[in-house]
Design a protein around this ligand. Structure first.
Ligand SMILES: [Zn+2]
Length: 103
């Protein structure tokens, strides 16, 4: 078992766990119960572990790709609709104005 991610926010750790499970990687959250019931200190932050050490590199890659994508979504440039020229936030997939798919 290998620890690959730690965060004080159990929601994020749980979210990453589901991403890895979707990719077929067996995972486990340590300190989950402590995080729920006590004020967590760093030593007791919930941590995401892969059950098989050989999955660790792939899991880290998946999470860093996900984080990069998420960051890009938040900070990305507005998208200009090719149909009606309205400006849409970077995380929109369809135009708010005319519902055309955005690239
Ligand atoms: Zn549009």
């Amino acid at each position: 078992m290998k620890e690959i991610f730690v965060d004080k926010n159990i929601v994020i750790v749980g979210h990453y766990k589901s991403i890895l499970e979707d990719a077929g990687i067996l995972t486990l959250i340590r300190n989950e119960a402590l995080a729920m019931t006590e004020v967590p200190t760093l030593a007791f932050y919930p941590s995401l572990c892969v059950m098989n050490d050989e999955d660790a590199n792939r899991a880290i890659k998946i999470l860093s790709d996900y984080q990069a994508k998420e960051k890009k979504t938040i900070t990305g440039e507005d998208k200009i609709c090719s149909e009606c020229s309205e400006s849409n936030p970077a995380n929109f997939e369809t135009c708010w104005s005319c519902s055309k798919d955005l690239d």
